[in-house]
Design a binder for this molecule. Structure first.
Ligand SMILES: Cc1ncc(C[n+]2csc(CCOP(=O)(O)OP(=O)(O)O)c2C)c(N)n1
Ligand SMILES: [Mg+2]
Length: 528
């Protein structure tokens, strides 16, 4: 008879999962023992880092990632990272070791008390199997739950004595199960949307992260070119769904209610694809939509559809919908909208570098298919203006605004995309939440580049303090951190850049390197 241990690894293998991202404790050792040689264990030193790496890997590979955490404490450390994964529809299978069944009731040390409630509301499904025999079935459910639309994290708590027990002898039925949820939108609904778009006088398209997750970027280019419609990226963007130098591209929408409706004013139809409507941030009260503007959104997520404060919503597979619309809308007899002008280079004097200079240097030197991760919060708008991002999967940002995502996610994205150069641009504040991701990058020789924008402060919070008229707030500066020393301590080659020439030299070296490199740049606020 087969054990839960061998049956579960066979299930994972047959479902295409060969990597476990984890940080172990005693409860997890019986799962990890006799670790099969065809699997890879990626160790990270803190659970936020484990989940961040797995999240990057899942998003870039568009496949579910398997995580193993330590009981309640490990899960607790992972919660901030799970808030990002929940918002980015990342298919993460989060498992955590539970105490042995005989000692859960007495709450022995390392019991995950009320385990299934702990990760809520940041998981789609949470479970602890009622018996050892059921564990492979629960793992199978977890894989399909995470992978089905809308994708998202799931949680499974497994008592550690289960792994040596006998699995349900019928578990083999689970091995090759294929569960599909790619629903085609019904013909009438599609026709209504196609005719609304075709008859609109001045339509505009707003694209969100699930376009990039569905790899529907090229279909959205066709759609925009046929409609001759300008394209905005939905506020607080965690991914880049459209080429940023395409003539239809308008930029990143601001994250305020009034600001969004002002920019969309004058359009009779707004088509939103693959985004919540909308992920606002700063409170900027005003009209959700100006009179005369109609909005229709297509989302993979019924929660997003129900939550939107305005417009109609259609729940559908974003890839299927984008290709159907691209094929069906008529080619409007208009010129393409005039392209926005490229930003001017800024005057770079002596002293710390302007962020514009850093982005322009990256743009000049990085490969055209480079992948960027952003956690340099005060320079996000500049990054969207200045980087020429052409390909799907070129940009990632924390989807819930939880810092500590981009450094580990860069490691996971680089693992999933070994043929493309990953460049993470990280603020000096943000870098500290998950700094130990550097250790994993060094140990597994993952050649991501980390550019630290050292401006000595929580720049975005200084800006926000102005918006909120909050004066004399303590705790907004972070001086005195030597990122090169930290990187060296974790085994990562590190370089300092104080001038454009030094930045160019450091970038040249980092791009040629076969291992990870950190570049610490002294930066000012934006030039303008
Ligand atoms: C986990 C978490 N803690 C705190 C914050 C609040 N926060 C938002 S932006 C920011 C400042 C980040 O500073 P830095 O990385 O230096 O970037 P800069 O704004 O200077 O460009 C902070 C602390 C957050 N978003 N997430
Ligand atoms: Mg800063």
């Amino acid at each position: 008879m087969a054990s839960v241990h061998s049956t579960t690894y066979e299930l994972l293998r047959r479902q295409g999962i060969d990597t476990v991202f984890g940080n172990p404790g005693s409860n997890e050792l019986p799962f990890l023992k006799d670790f099969p040689q065809d699997f890879r264990y990626v160790l990270a030193l803190q659970e936020a880092v484990v989940v961040g790496i797995a999240d990057g890997y899942a998003q870039a590979s568009r496949k579910p990632a398997f995580i193993n955490l330590h009981s309640a404490a490990g899960t607790g450390n992972a919660m901030g990272a799970l808030s990002n994964a929940w918002n980015s529809h990342s298919p993460l299978i989060v498992t955590a070791g539970q105490q042995t069944r005989a000692m859960i009731g007495v709450e022995a040390l390392l019991t995950n008390v009320d385990a299934t409630n702990l990760p809520r509301p940041l998981v789609k499904w949470s479970y602890e199997p009622a018996s050892a025999a059921e564990v492979p079935h629960a793992v199978s459910r977890a894989i399909h739950m995470a992978s089905m639309a809308p994708r998202g994290p799931v949680y499974l708590s497994v008592p550690y004595d289960d792994w040596d027990k006998e699995a349900d002898p019928q578990s083999h039925h689970l091995f090759d199960r294929n569960v599909s949820s790619a629903v085609r939108v019904n013909d009438e609904e599609l026709e209504r949307l196609v005719s609304a778009l075709s008859s609109a006088i001045n339509p505009v398209i707003v694209l969100g992260p699930d376009v990039d997750a569905a790899n529907a970027n090229a279909d959205c280019v066709t759609l925009a070119e046929r409609l001759k419609a300008p394209v905005w990226v939905a506020p607080s963007a965690p991914r880049c769904p459209f080429p940023t130098r395409h003539p239809c591209f308008r930029g990143l929408l601001p994250a305020g209610i009034a600001a969004v409706s002002q920019l969309l004013e004058g359009h009779d139809l707004v088509l939103v694809l693959g985004a919540p409507v909308f992920r606002y941030h700063q409170y900027d009260p005003g009209q959700y939509l100006m009179p005369g503007t109609r909005l229709v959104s297509v989302t993979c997520d019924p929660l997003e559809a129900a939550r939107a404060p305005m417009g109609d919503a259609i729940v559908a597979d974003i890839g299927v919908m984008a290709s159907a619309l691209a094929a069906r809308v008529c080619d409007r007899n208009h010129p393409l909208p005039p392209a926005i002008t490229e930003p001017e280079t800024v005057e770079q004097g002596v002293g710390a570098l302007h962020p514009e200079t850093v982005f322009d240097t990256l743009n000049e030197m990085a490969p055209t298919d480079a992948i960027y991760l952003n956690e340099s919060t005060s320079t996000t708008a500049l990054m969207w203006q200045r980087l020429n991002m052409r390909n799907p999967g070129s940009y990632y940002f924390c989807a819930a605004g939880g810092l500590g995502f981009a450094m580990p996610a860069a490691v996971g994205v680089q693992l999933a995309e070994p043929g493309r150069q990953v460049i993470a641009v990280i603020g000096d504040g943000s870098a500290n939440y998950s700094i130990s991701a550097l250790w994993t990058a060094a140990q597994y020789n993952i050649p991501a580049i980390f550019v630290i924008m050292n401006n000595g402060t929580y720049g975005a919070l200084r800006w926000f303090a102005g918006v909120l008229k909050a004066e004399n707030v303590p705790g907004l500066d972070v001086p005195g951190i030597d990122f090169c020393s930290l990187a060296k301590g974790y085994g990562v080659h590190a370089l300092k850049a104080g001038t454009v020439q030094e930045l160019q030299g450091a970038l040249g070296e980092a791009l040629a390197s076969k291992g990870p490199v950190l570049i610490e740049v002294s930066t000012t606020g934006p030039a303008k």
